[in-house]
Design a protein around this ligand. Sequence first.
Ligand code: AMP
Length: 122
Amino acid sequence: MAYDPSNIFARILRGELPCNKVYEDDYALAFHDIAPQAPVHVLVIPKGDYVSQDDFAASAPDALVAGFFRAVGNVARELGLVESGYRCLANTGTDAHQEVPHFHVHIFAGRDLGRMIKRFDD
Ligand code: AMP
């Protein structure tokens, strides 16, 4: 899947759309999710054109992979989430219902998040 530079997170990165920013460095930008699903729900996105976790892991330069995941940790630490705990989630593709085709990690925190994901009886 080719990267679509008109996706909403690309527009936020270019400053064309606003966001409620919580963190920024050379590798990543983090902002509050517009429709939070936990008391804390932050999105961390890399500064680069990567469609998904798969694309990022396969194609991003080592410095960006390292810088991005350090940024995710920095966000959680700076928001004071480490002691009580938090969950990271990266939806990839159709079954995971990825909506925005720019790689992003969700950080959820602020309450007991339950164990893992919802179970389905097939
Ligand atoms: P995903 O399903 O993993 O692609 O998640 C996309 C997330 O982006 C959802 O949780 C949306 O609520 C969130 N979102 C969409 N547009 C915006 C926006 N303009 N600012 C902040 N979060 C957004």
